[in-house]
Design a protein around this ligand. Structure first.
Ligand SMILES: [Zn+2]
Length: 187
């Protein structure tokens, strides 16, 4: 599992450098077979190393000793249980997209999301971060969506690999930024 843990660490540091994960916010995971490698709780993604990545079985049994997994572990596990095609999950508090989420403003879809069959990204009703309620709301919505905006909270992106999920999370943030600029400049 060393390579998988290494990938989690590299993706974490990349996301931090991209400005998508301020402070100690945000988390991500990779599934390999029936094991999930997830970022630790209370740790900035800037500081995640292979050694600090926590291994958990998809059914919830924690394998690693030492650091505790992200407080959103249940959310990650329910998504993997729901979507056999998903191998990577990214949750961020990226500033522009989270600003839209806090304001309850929907993010319109721009080009780049593949087939566009709806006008905006789906927003999941607010539930307390780290709660089972939030995990269940996301599980119910992620059946048909690769990106979800969590109301008053942040962004969730899933993919067939962690790289795909990271690209989606980045795209959501840049889309929100573009929309914000467009709205600010509109006369
Ligand atoms: Zn969060």
């Amino acid at each position: 599992m060393y390579q998988t843990k290494k990938k989690v660490a590299m993706a974490s540091q990349y996301i931090y450098k991209q400005g998508l994960a301020p402070g100690k916010s945000s988390n991500l995971s990779i599934r390999k077979d029936d094991i999930v490698a997830i970022t630790p709780t209370l740790t900035s993604l800037r500081d995640v190393e292979s050694e600090s990545v926590v291994l958990v079985r998809v059914d919830g049994e924690i394998i690693s000793e030492g650091l505790s997994p992200s407080s959103e572990l249940e959310l990650h596990l329910l998504i993997y249980q729901e979507r056999s095609d998903v191998q990577g999950i990214v949750h961020t508090h990226s500033p522009y997209a989270t600003g839209f989420a806090l304001a309850g403003e929907k993010i319109n879809l721009l080009e780049g999301f593949g087939p566009v069959n709806k006008s905006h990204l789906k927003m999941v009703d607010y539930a307390h971060p780290g709660s089972s309620k939030l995990a269940q709301l996301v599980r119910d919505s992620v059946r048909k969506e690769d990106v979800l905006i969590m109301e008053s909270h942040g962004v969730l992106a899933v993919g067939s690999s962690i790289d795909e999920a990271v690209l989606l999370a980045d795209w959501v943030e840049k889309t929100a930024k573009t929309l914000f600029v467009a709205r600010a400049l509109k006369k």
